[in-house]
Design a protein around this ligand. Structure first.
Ligand code: SF4
Length: 451
């Protein structure tokens, strides 16, 4: 049964990666809080903290800012309100030693305490971290964590926290569609009823969160359209969004203009993600350009009420939840189909909902967008979320638009593949995919492109 909430799903935090930046920061922040809860007599013996980074996190963590994010979490910082400048400061002064003061403890920590372990191995999850509180040679507290995608974290022995029971329980799109048919409600209304029941929040709180999601997404696009220059890292990648947008606005060919505008919005947000700005996981940071492009497109070109935006976000969330629950959102587990593919499916659902489509059309558009990302590998060059990730966000947004157009213009019953089957195919493809193509930067473009 799916009990994910909007606040868990649409999270705000620093880029460039939800599983490799935000997840590790949430992990070490969680450990920090556990240390805080220890008795004073244990804390008095504490002499150090150690973070071991394993698997895909070790393979691409340098380019994904995993180390600085993990250190920031150890210092008690939260992804949602940690300024990018703080993380930049850690990266700029890797030799600096910080004091973690908790109760009687003053524990020195630095980037040297983030240890890059084995990249390939038989770990419980491809994104595994072990965090220890040391007291001389003794270990006072140890936890094994997993960054499972989209900024979600779990740990050894993890039990999901108690939540309310959904008003309309479901695990598949088929069940969700049955609830819509039986209740006479729209898909967003069913999702909202579930959200209220599961989260215990008021409708006003839920809507306020969606307003914030929209605000951050728009800020991301607007920021990216203003910025220019070379993106951080060894690739020396020139940002393109600003120039692309300016050229699009001068074009008198409608097709070029609409495609280029949508692409420039997606790349603007993705370039901001590469700069480490605060993004919204939709569903991940690597895919952070796809949904914002579509949201910005509606904001600028097809104005609609705030409540219509909320409904469209709820439809998109339904698709993201199904993919998380029945497959994965982690590039390290499923390749890029799990990130850009899911983002594109969510964006297609957003467009169809915003265009007044019904639940079946939403499902079909999401299926179509996801289907045409099946098998997409994750091979970021130099381990940076730039090539192919930034342009891939543009293609994800464009495919979402194509999927929505095709679905809205063709009779629903002619659609052959259902969304649940497509999500199952994504999960199967991810399991079969060679580890070289699952965020280890050891295959494909990452192996062949020289910087
Ligand atoms: S290739 Fe796709 S999955 Fe891999 S880091 Fe880039 S956006 Fe994420």
């Amino acid at each position: 049964m799916i009990v994910t909430t909007l606040e868990e799903f649409f999270k705000m935090g620093p880029g460039p990666s939800s599983s490799h930046t935000m997840g590790p920061m949430r992990i070490t922040r969680d450990f920090y809080r556990r240390v805080e809860a220890l008795p004073d007599e244990v804390l008095a013996r504490a002499t150090g903290l150690r973070v071991e980074v394993l698997g895909s996190l070790s393979a691409t963590g340098q380019g994904h800012g995993t180390g600085r994010a993990a250190l920031a979490g150890l210092l008690g910082r939260n992804p949602a309100d940690c300024e990018p400048e703080f993380l930049d400061g850690i990266a700029a002064h890797p030799e600096r030693v910080y004091d973690v003061r908790i109760g009687p403890a003053a524990i020195p920590v630095s980037m040297k305490d983030i240890v890059w372990g084995e990249m390939l191995g038989n770990f419980p999850h491809p994104n595994t971290m072990r965090v220890r509180l040391l007291g001389g040679d003794a270990t006072l507290l140890e936890m094994e964590y997993y960054s499972v995608g989209g900024g979600f974290i779990e740990w050894k022995g993890y039990q999901a926290s108690e939540k309310g029971t959904p008003a309309y329980p479901y695990s598949t799109m088929k069940e969700l569609q049955a609830h819509v048919a039986a209740s006479g409600l729209s898909l967003p209304a069913v999702m909202l009823a579930n959200e209220l029941a599961v989260s215990g929040k008021s409708e006003a709180e839920v809507r306020a969160h969606l307003d914030q999601v929209k605000r951050v997404m728009l800020q991301l696009v607007d920021g990216g359209l203003q910025a220019q220059g070379v993106l951080p890292g060894p690739i020396g990648l020139q940002s393109k969004a600003k120039a692309l947008y300016a050229n699009a606005m001068e074009s008198d060919r409608w097709m070029d203009r609409s495609t280029s505008v949508l692409a420039s919005f997606a790349m603007a947000a993705a370039e901001e993600n590469a700069r480490g700005r605060v993004i919204v996981t939709a569903p991940t940071a690597g895919a952070a350009g796809v949904m914002p492009a579509v949201v910005k497109g509606y904001q600028d070109y097809r104005p609609m009420s705030e409540s219509a935006f909320h409904e469209s976000f709820l439809a998109a969330a339904a698709i993201g939840y199904l993919c998380k629950h029945n497959a994965t959102l982690a590039g390290a587990e499923g390749g890029c189909q799990a990130e850009i593919g899911v983002a594109s499916a969510m964006a297609a659902a957003f467009i169809v909902q915003a265009s007044g489509g019904n639940v079946r059309q939403v499902a079909n558009a999401a299926e179509s967008a996801l289907e045409h990302h099946l098998g997409l590998t994750c091979d970021p060059v130099e381990g940076y979320v730039q090539v192919p990730c930034i342009e891939r966000c543009a293609f994800g947004a464009i495919k979402a638009h194509a999927a929505a157009c095709i679905t809205m213009d063709v009779e629903e019953k002619r659609h052959r593949v259902d969304l649940d089957t497509c999500i199952a195919a994504m999960a199967m493809t991810g399991r079969d995919m060679n580890a070289k193509y699952k965020e280890t930067s050891t295959g494909g473009l990452a192996a062949l492109v020289q910087c």
